[in-house]
Write a protein that binds this ligand. Structure first.
Ligand SMILES: [Mg+2]
Length: 225
């Protein structure tokens, strides 16, 4: 048995870029909205649109994870800012942003892309008697779609989204809430995730074991029990 799992009963996994291939799904969704909403009016290419979007989106997510901005602000600004930067007037940028948000989230959820080894890891955890939890800062309206489209849903025993209580990782209160919801303890819980600031620092501060997973360098197959 992999020593990572010694004395562990619950294995909690982050969703985006740990099990769900968010990068791949997002590229598909951003490319599709670029053509559907004719964003070539503002951007020289789909690549330029995607680059500018990513820059604004990453900066806004850092603020959101630190609870410095609201979800609604993030959802509007991550589209409005790239459009204004590309020359759209503010009213147009706001109108388009309101169209882009649901369209993008729907495509993102339905893409169904998984990180290699995700399903094998989940199957192996279950067959070895572990309970599997999802612990994610993503938005409720899209995370459940991702769980279903990717085939991850059947392997989850408990899903905890920060949206449920309005508190994000790394805030300890979300980790404590997850334990209560699942009926387990910190010492029996392991967190696996790709974000050192939210997944790993948060879990460690809450007294959980934690394992960083870098999707660019690591393999989920190395985490099989
Ligand atoms: Mg992640």
């Amino acid at each position: 048995m992999n020593p990572l799992y010694d004395n562990i009963k619950w294995v909690w996994l982050d969703l985006d870029d740990t099990l769900y291939d968010f990068q791949a799904a997002s590229l598909i969704a951003l490319g599709k909205v670029h053509s559907d909403l004719e964003l070539s009016r503002f951007f020289r290419s789909a690549d330029e649109w995607i680059d500018i979007y990513h820059r604004h989106n990453s900066a806004l997510w850092k603020l959101y994870n630190r609870a410095e901005i609201t979800k609604e602000f993030l959802k509007m600004e991550r589209f409005r800012r790239p459009l204004v930067e590309a020359g759209a007037d503010d009213a147009t940028a706001r109108r388009l942003s309101m169209q882009l948000d649901p369209l993008y989230l729907d495509l993102l959820g339905r893409a169904g892309c998984t990180i290699p080894g995700a399903i094998e890891l989940l199957q192996s955890l279950h067959s070895n008697g572990f309970k599997v939890g999802i612990l994610s800062n993503g938005f409720t309206e899209v995370q459940h779609k991702k769980l279903l489209s990717s085939g991850i849903a059947p392997y989850t025993d408990c899903v905890v989204l920060s949206d449920e209580i309005g508190i994000n990782k790394p805030d300890r209160r979300l980790f404590d809430y997850a334990l209560k919801k699942a009926g387990t303890t910190a010492s029996a819980s392991l967190m696996i995730g790709d974000n050192p600031d939210t997944d790993i620092a948060g879990a460690t501060a809450a007294g959980w074991r934690a394992r960083l997973f870098n999707p660019a360098e690591d393999s989920l197959y190395a985490l099989l029990p």
